[in-house]
Design a protein around this ligand. Structure first.
Ligand SMILES: *Cc1c(COP(=O)(O)O)cnc(C)c1O
Length: 391
């Protein structure tokens, strides 16, 4: 017999770009015994998940479900089902996840055109419209909440311009679903995907997807088969739909988890949840600014869910994060790509977005920065408290 023991994870406060903290009730839901993936009781779970997902998505889309796989599976499903060889796709390219979308579209043999901006910037209505009118693509893709930069892209003008040229719109909502308003229907987003481990606060493993009636019509009219069998939304629709045709064995406990996470959102109330995310974001920003740090993204384009404070001159992101993890059990991540070594990526998503988390992190950040020789101000916690007291 070998001496492997039961794995007990170290206690962590997860304040990185995901996964975020999971509510204890979600863990409880996951521990329930599995039933079969064709059990009528399980189809009840799927039905609840579909209904509850429409709330944070802000949609009445019939086709709303969750795929087996993480957020990237949602992204790949959007691409393989709506982009074929030769399809012209226009991508707003201002961060890592739009890079990934481009890579996927190129693998499909699509004709990809992009509008490139520095990481952390977003697109104004006029330039977005001009790009789409000039290129006349069949599909447009953008990242609503860019986790690599902390910037929020407004969807409205992109969607309106895309529809004028007959294009479908793909929106990456991985870091906004459950933390910031998406309003799929009001904005006119056709294909939205997300993941469970960010603002929904369930473990990684499922990818919520919602399709507008127009996207569904295009999907059904498609003549060629999607190159991915596993992510073929037509086949998956048949399993979720009335015929319940077997496609693959769904990860049962993940659906228990997602159902409970979504139920908790419904209990909290969507507006209250958004207000909470916004308040904790504001308190965190006040705290880091009190330390003399700045934010990478302009105030009006900042995500509430993912913050990118700029590291003080001479402070090593690796050393700082090592301290936070080792001394405080707090996980935050650094920047990468053009932002490597320049920013921290602090997630305040779902259950991680709390007054407790913000105050603990600010306190740990202040102490650790000073220990690393940063000669900035103090008073991060007090500055955050001021925001909370005014709210
Ligand atoms: C995390 C993330 C993804 C990928 O999700 P995974 O769950 O890591 O597969 C895609 N897009 C954005 C914006 C993300 O933040």
């Amino acid at each position: 017999m070998s001496d492997y023991r039961f794995f007990q994870p170290p206690p962590r406060l997860l304040l990185g770009p995901g996964p975020s903290m999971v509510d204890p009730q979600v863990y409880l839901a996951m521990a329930a015994p599995i039933v079969g993936h064709t059990d009528p009781a399980f189809f009840g779970v799927l039905q609840d998940v579909a209904a509850l997902l429409r709330i944070p998505f802000g949609t009445s889309n019939d086709f709303t479900l969750a795929l087996s796989g993480t957020g990237t599976a949602g992204m790949e499903a959007a691409v393989v089902n709506f982009v074929e060889r030769g399809t012209k796709i226009a991508v707003f390219n201002n961060g890592y996840f739009s890079d990934r979308l481009i890579d996927m579209a190129e693998r499909q043999g699509a004709e990809v055109v992009k509008l490139v901006k520095p990481w952390g910037e977003v697109y104004g209505d006029e330039e977005a419209r001009a790009f789409i009118e000039r290129e006349k693509p069949e599909v447009v893709a953008f990242v609503h909440a860019e986790t690599s930069t902390g910037a929020l892209q407004s969807p409205k003008a992109i969607c309106a311009a895309a529809h004028e040229v007959g294009a479908l719109v793909i929106a990456d909502c991985v870091t906004s679903l459950g933390g910031m308003p998406i309003d799929l229907d009001a904005n006119g987003i056709d294909i939205a995907y997300s993941g469970t481990q960010k603002c929904l606060s369930a473990p990684p493993g499922l990818a919520p997807v919602s399709l507008s009636p127009l996207a569904l019509e295009r999907l059904r009219a498609r003549k060629t088969k999607s190159v991915s069998w596993y992510l073929d939304l037509k086949l998956i629709d048949e399993y979720w739909g009335a015929s319940h045709r077997y496609h693959h064995t769904t990860p049962i406990n993940m659906f228990y988890a997602l159902r409970e996470a979504l139920r908790l959102i419904d209990v909290e109330g969507l507006q209250a949840r958004f207000d909470r995310h916004k308040l904790n974001h504001r308190a965190f920003v006040a705290g880091v600014e009190a330390l003399g740090m700045t934010m990478h993204v302009a105030p009006e384009h900042r995500l509430w869910t993912l913050n990118t404070p700029v590291l003080p001159e001479g402070v090593s992101d690796v050393e700082l994060r090592k301290r936070l993890l080792h001394d405080y059990g707090i996980e935050v991540l650094g920047g990468f790509g053009p932002l490597a070594g320049k920013v921290l990526r602090v997630g305040l998503m779902g259950a991680s977005s709390s007054r407790n988390s913000v105050l603990l992190l600010l306190s740990a950040l202040e102490t650790s920065l000073h220990a690393l020789g940063h000669r900035g101000e103090r008073g991060a916690v007090e500055a955050a408290e001021t925001i909370y007291n005014e709210a």
